[in-house]
Design a protein around this ligand. Structure first.
Ligand SMILES: [Ca+2]
Ligand SMILES: [Ca+2]
Length: 262
């Protein structure tokens, strides 16, 4: 093979490699409509009481100040991992409220997700109506899995916290949970957030820890998970690689011109 022909193949190979899309592979999904496997540290299933669902909207829960682990092994070679899920928040989450009632602080009511031995993906507070507001302020996710209209509650919030209760929630009052205390009776109180995180990860196994802290009892504040998906992908080729690649092509061009001139 002539050197120029060889160079052409190298260049074609480089162009293919740089322009090949990073395809994602779904390695795990669970809608919790059946039995839960040993990949989960907690296997309890709850049913959203909204009668519109006919008791068929099942999810992993209910949890309080628990750490709920998802352990996956045998992942294919990858550079990035994405975890996405529906977070169900039931009853009177207090967000940023630190008021102490009967020696018991109402909050902050914190929810977290981290990768064992890896990054913390979220560490925030949520409020299902407490006017102290919440730390989470994400925009509505574009991903929705039900016909429920995205919640518009508290859009005109002007309270003390940075974000109003239920800011960024995809659903409000849709699960059918009710809360009763000294001041309210059977008040609808729940929200659903569609969350997704992508992070660098190369190990063939992963342990995801979902958790909450600062909560009162389950009858007062609880949470659950649904529609959990884990995907892995190759690292997309960044702009720097394009520049490097085009620089390399330029160098090859110079080398060829020199070879021809010699
Ligand atoms: Ca479900
Ligand atoms: Ca609380």
């Amino acid at each position: 093979m002539q050197r120029s022909q060889y160079l052409r193949y190298v260049i074609l190979g480089l162009v293919w490699w740089v322009s090949a899309p990073a395809s994602a592979a779904l390695v795990y999904s669970n809608e919790f409509q059946g039995a839960v496997g040993s990949e989960w540290s907690h296997t309890g299933i709850a049913s959203a009481p909204n009668p519109d669902y006919g008791n068929t909207r099942l999810f992993l829960g209910e949890f309080g100040n628990d750490t709920v682990g998802l352990s996956l092994n045998g992942l294919p070679t990858h550079g990035l991992t994405t975890v996405s899920f529906s977070l169900y928040l039931m009853r009177s989450w207090d967000g940023n409220d630190t008021t102490v009632v009967n020696k018991d602080p109402l909050g902050p009511d914190t929810w977290t997700l981290n990768v064992a031995g890896g990054p913390s993906l979220i560490n925030t507070t949520f409020s299902n109506g407490n006017p102290a507001g919440q730390a989470y302020g994400g925009a509505f996710s574009s991903y929705t899995h039900t016909a429920w209209t995205p919640c518009t509650a508290y859009q005109g919030y002007s309270g003390p916290g940075p974000n109003g209760p239920m800011k960024g929630a995809n659903e409000c009052y849709s699960l059918g949970y009710k809360f009763t205390s000294l001041s309210v009776t059977n008040e609808a109180m729940d929200s659903v957030y569609e969350l997704a995180f992508t992070f660098p990860h190369t190990d063939s196994s992963i342990m995801l820890n979902f958790g909450a802290n600062g909560l009162q009892s389950l009858a007062d504040e609880s949470w659950g998970l649904d529609n959990v998906r884990v995907e892995v992908a190759a690292v997309p080729i960044p702009a720097a690689a394009w520049l490097f690649g085009s620089g390399l092509l330029g160098l090859i061009g110079v080398a060829r011109r020199k070879a021809r001139a010699a």
